[in-house]
Design a protein around this ligand. Structure first.
Ligand SMILES: Nc1ncnc2c1ncn2[C@@H]1O[C@H](COP(=O)(O)OP(=O)(O)OP(=O)(O)O)[C@@H](O)[C@H]1O
Length: 384
């Protein structure tokens, strides 16, 4: 197993910065996903790790070896890194077994060792029966498994995967997710998995690095990203988080604060060191709001602007009376009772709120966020 570190890595093409001061330590044996919108620099980060690009500044370390630094550049073939691309990158004229064993042949390993390793690798990805086939005669999922077998046979301790499921249909993607989990478990390799699909990243990775505009916004476990986003961009992206302006933030005890949210007194989770601030941003997910009785204290008075039945639950679009320029989509389970109609007033209460640690809120334009539907499973990253 191998750890990998990017130390203050920047990369520019001409004058255009593509990676900016990236600091990232990928632990040995970890499954790390890099998640971000098209053009944010994910592939460049992977190419810098693999050795296809030299960083403009900073250092890359694999294990305890520095492989890129000022005046030093270890080439890709000397880094022992496996790569799985979305287009598989298999040799069309070679059989499956020859593709899997190609790197071993180039490394001049004796034939019996090669055959043994290729046989083991193909068995692990369930392709032993396909050893003599050509890539053209395989399905997309099978080709991707050949690419994984190639990493297994080469005993790559670090495997980089660049949107490996992008070309596969939805059904096959689910099967392949399981295949990646198994590959990770059985190989023990360190995996860096690039994707713009948050559900894929959340389902697979130990930690997810959320990238935007060449920077890492937050790197944390899927649960922490969901429950404790570090910024408004991460909050609104992960799980369709809703953003609310809050005022007069008062710490109560470590990790808990009170604040005024659109005129309503609320309790929030917060960082342990959160101090008092006059304005900030609170976030929760569409399922963290519920309808409360009109006499229940601390509810937010809203008007229902639309509702859509989503099978077992309803999506309601609401506008707070305190600021009708804001729109929020909330998610309510269908318990069979009567629910308010569009045009009617209602009161909603918050089950769980998180105070964003970055403390701003004065300059933030809340009307540009909170527009998405929770059923969209936002596949593509949107920036606030
Ligand atoms: N060789 C190059 N020369 C100039 N600009 C480049 C080069 N390679 C990439 N870029 C630019 O760098 C930025 C980041 O590209 P990169 O491929 O790393 O993004 P990405 O997040 O992987 O995007 P996608 O998800 O669309 O693959 C883009 O604006 C791209 O146009």
């Amino acid at each position: 197993m191998t750890s990998a570190s990017l130390l203050d890595v920047s990369k520019s093409y001409g004058r255009t910065p593509v990676l900016q001061n990236i600091n990232l330590k990928i632990n040995s044996g970890e499954f790390l996903a890099v998640l971000g919108p098209s053009g944010c620099g994910k592939t460049t980060l992977l190419r810098v790790l693999a050795g296809f690009e030299a960083p403009s500044a900073g250092e890359v370390q694999l294990g305890d070896q520095t492989v890129a630094a000022h005046g030093l550049m270890v080439p890709p073939e000397k880094r022992g890194v496996g790569i799985v691309f979305q287009n598989y990158a298999l040799w069309p004229h070679m059989s499956v077994a020859e593709n899997v064993g190609y790197a071993l042949k180039v490394a001049r390993l004796p034939r019996p060792i090669r055959e043994e390793r290729v046989g083991e690798a193909l068995a692990t990805v369930d392709l032993a029966a396909f050893a003599e086939r050509r890539p053209a005669d395989l399905s997309g999922g099978q080709r991707q498994r050949v690419a994984l077998a190639r990493c297994l046979a080469a005993r790559n301790n670090l495997v980089l995967l660049d949107e490996p499921l992008a070309n596969l249909d939805v059904h096959l993607r689910a099967t392949m997710e399981e295949e990646f989990r198994r590959f990770h478990r059985e190989s023990g390799a360190t995996l860096v998995y690039i994707t713009h699909d948050q559900s894929e990243a959340m389902a697979l990775a130990d930690r997810v690095a959320v990238m935007d505009k060449g920077r890492i916004l937050q790197c944390a476990s899927p649960r922490q990203l969901y429950r404790e986003p570090a910024s408004a961009t991460v909050a609104s992206f992960i799980g369709d988080g809703l953003l609310f302006p809050v005022e007069n933030v008062r710490p109560e005890h470590a990790g808990r604060v009170r604040a005024t949210l659109l005129g309503v007194e609320v309790a929030l989770r917060a960082e342990a060191a959160q101090g008092p601030v006059p304005m900030a941003i609170a976030t929760c997910h569409p399922s963290n709001l519920r309808l409360s009785g009109p006499n229940e204290a601390n509810g937010l008075d809203v008007v229902i602007t639309s509702r859509v039945y989503r099978g077992g639950r309803w999506s309601f679009e609401i506008r707070p009376h305190a600021d009708p320029s804001l729109t929020y989509t909330i998610d309510l389970p269908d318990h069979g009772g009567s629910l308010p109609q569009p045009g009617e007033d209602a009161r909603v209460a918050f089950d769980d709120l998180w105070l964003l640690p970055e403390g701003q809120g004065t300059q933030f334009d809340f009307t540009k966020t909170n527009q998405s539907s929770p059923t969209d499973q936002k596949k593509v990253f949107q920036c606030v």
